[in-house]
Structure formats: C-alpha cells, structure tokens
Design a protein around this ligand. Structure first.
Ligand code: G3P
Length: 218
C-alpha cells in the first residue's frame, strides 16, 4: 500500500519524506487555507514547493465546477510539475473532465467519493486514483471501511486500473484496516503515520538493551 500524506504543511511533508516511506501528497482547498495559502498564484507556487520536497505524486485540486473551467485549471496545474495529479470532484462535469485528462495521459484523482456507484463511474472514466472519504462517512455513522471493501471487490471483478486511495483517514487503525482490505493507497495525517511506529514494548525493550549495554561497558 502506498502512503500519501494529507496536508499542505511543508514541514510535515518534509518530515514524512525524511522517513523514507512517503509515496506522495494529497491536498485540498481546505488544507491550503489551513496553511494560510491564498490566491491562485500563491497556491500554484505552493504546489511547486511540495513537488520539490517529495518524489511521488502530488494531488492538486481544481476549484471550478464546470467542464471548461476544470480543463483550463487542470491543464495549468498539470503544467506546473510532472508529479502533479489533477484532483477533480465527483460531479457530472468532473467525470467528463477526468475522461478528457485520461485521454490526454494526464493523471487524475477523483475526489469526494462516498458511494460504490461513484467509484464505478470514476473507474469507467479512467481516473488514476479515486478517493473515498472514510472518516467523513464514519462521522455520520456510515461504514467508511465497508465502502473500501465494496470498491475493492468491484474493481477486482473487472480488473479496473483505477487505484483506491483511501482518504479522510484519521488514525492508525484506519491505515491498518485499509491495508487489510487491499486499498492501493492511503492518505492521512503525519500523526497517524507516525502512530504506526510506536509500541510500548519497543520502548521498554530498547531501554533495557541500552541499560544492559551500559552495564557491560562499566
Ligand atoms: O483527502 C481528503 C481529506 O483531506 C479529507 O479529510 O479529515 O477533512 O475528512 P477530512
């Protein structure tokens, strides 16, 4: 499973990249706003900075909701850097835009997926990635991980190439369950990724090894 970090924070992206296990970055307009990045030019420059930090795919989201606007914006974003993946919402014009970019060989990430029907359409349009928001489904007492399982089954039935990018991942158990279900990618916060590393027995074991080493030294 690929690990993407879901943030526009450059320090956190650099920290995740330094771990050596980062495969890419996802952003959205809310994450950009959280970092205080405003205006089209500043946002584009920020995407370029992210691409300079990481080696993998970087999702950059369009804000237009009509086909022509998405194409114009998506082409501008794709031209910024070869690592850019154009992130497009699951709406009718978005589906058309994904097909357009697929035919042009430009990578896409179909975002705001909340149902298997939407997942099926994203794959039919040829999206490179599609992002089911599991945390937001859990927030309304709906099984986000169940959606990942259902999409995996359907995609495997037909050998769709579209990668399941589990998004709105909130904690370590989401990551582990996504891996068990066969999600191709997960995108989550640095805290959830680092949470996978921690185990109290590791800390206790290491403390004992170091204490025993120091005894031997004396
Ligand atoms: O990748 C989608 C993600 O940013 C949404 O996460 O936590 O706002 O539901 P969240």
């Amino acid at each position: 499973m690929k690990f993407f970090i879901d943030t526009a924070n450059l320090d956190q992206i650099a920290e995740a990249q330094a771990l050596g296990i980062l495969d890419g970055v996802t952003t959205n307009p809310s994450l950009m706003a959280k970092e205080g990045i405003k205006g089209a030019e500043n946002i584009k420059n920020h995407y370029k900075k992210i691409c300079e930090i990481v080696t993998g795919d970087v999702s950059a989201e369009v804000i237009s909701t009509d086909f022509e606007g998405m194409i114009r914006e998506g082409e501008e974003l794709a031209a910024l850097h070869p690592q850019i993946v154009v992130k497009i919402p699951m709406i009718k014009d978005g589906v058309k835009a994904i097909k357009y970019f697929t035919d042009k060989g430009i990578k896409t990430n179909c975002t705001l997926i909340f149902s298997v029907g939407q997942a099926l359409i994203a794959a039919k349009a040829g999206a490179t990635y599609m992002s089911p928001f599991i945390g937001r489904l859990d927030d309304i007492s709906t099984d986000g991980l169940g959606l990942i399982a259902d999409i995996r089954e359907i995609y495997d039935n037909y050998d769709f190439d579209t990668q399941i990018l589990a998004a709105s991942v909130r904690h370590t158990m989401h990551i582990i369950e996504c891996a068990k279900l066969g999600a191709d990618v997960m995108t989550g916060p640095l805290k959830a990724i680092e949470g996978l590393i921690k185990h109290p027995l590791t800390d206790i074991g290491l403390a004992k090894f170091l204490a025993d080493y120091n005894k031997g030294v004396k």
